[in-house]
Write a protein that binds this ligand. Sequence first.
Ligand code: GUN
Ligand code: FE
Length: 424
Amino acid sequence: MKLLQVVTTFMLFAKIVFLEQSDQQEQLAEKWGFKASDIRQLSKHEFFMPGLVDTHIHAPQYLFTGTRVDLPLLQWLTTYTFPTEAKYQDSGFAEETYTRVVRRTLKNGTTTACYFATIHTDTSLLLAEIIDKFGQRAFVGKVCMDMNDSVPQYKEITADSVQETERFVKELLEKKYPRVQPVITPRFGPSCTEDLLCALGDLAQARDLHVQSHISETEEEVKLVENMFPAYKTYTDLYDKNKLLTSKTVMAHACYLSEEELKLFSLRGAAISHCPNSNFSLRSGVLNVRKVLEHNVKLGLGTDVAGGYSASMLDAIRKAIMASNSLQINKVNETGLTLEEAFQLATLGGSQALGLDDVIGNFEVGKEFDALLINTKASDSPFDLFSADNFEDILQKFLYLGDDRNISEVYVAGKQVVPFSSSV
Ligand code: GUN
Ligand code: FE
């Protein structure tokens, strides 16, 4: 993080071409052919930081974000979530929520998001179109689920789910959006038959596609999976044997994985999305981040809107610290997560979890410029600075107390996407 303080000059197109001290300006101008007037000089209270990566968010659930977190997961799904998601067959209805969720996350600095949509192919494609129009970087998944006894109107026939996923992938790839990709999305163990999981794993393998799902979010869910799939040793084994646990997989939550399961994640190069707001709000569990990192498992942060009540990745950073603090209070861990580590999980960690770390995640030369311009003295800033504050203090105040009022500009691949252009 210190680096941000000393770097005052760098040049960008879509990609970062150098990162040097500002006293090198003359030589750099000569080498790269720019003029002094091409340089954007930041003031003392401004800095650039890498864009935030939300590794797990449900776009349709944005409709009720900030409400209805009063039931445990399985009841929350059947009472609120499935009936709401069923409405996304309607494209006018979908367009409003999907436009709002993309605007809200971008304004809050999410330059990359890994979205769940719903079971509806056409409105899932509409979500991808809206994301592309706003210029966000994203994965989009058409949700697959062929098991749902409690809300029977919100489930698919197995063969249709597979066929529609193939159509979703084909039509999305044909659009040739530069930064929006499809992701195979079985909802989670309890919503899928073995046949569906198997077919989706085959499809992911055949087309070399990314995969996302949920795993071991609550103890009740883990027991349900054990009862539903007794032939599999563990929940992780269920995904693994069906070719859904790969180096392109990101699984949300993972609060209750055993040592053996974590080892399998590490062996396969599969990633975990830690969604602490959701884990606290639905009282699901607390992920032991330290243990995950010790097992060398790729790890990012997610908002898990609307199980998590905030769409902001700054909130995810803060809640990740609190989750870690709670484990220290309960003497589960000796060392907690530092603010620097949480910041890294929200940026570089997320890029690793989504297999994008050669493209984004930090300001290395050669990576694309996904960045936030932070103004710690914005006129309506929610925190105060004092003359004794050094850069580290200012950065910490922003991470703990800042919000979108401090995020004055957002860039994805060098293109300014916030403030929004008049064409979107
Ligand atoms: N498990 C299966 N579906 C969901 C969902 O929509 N949200 C959360 N938090 N967990 C899930
Ligand atoms: Fe989720």
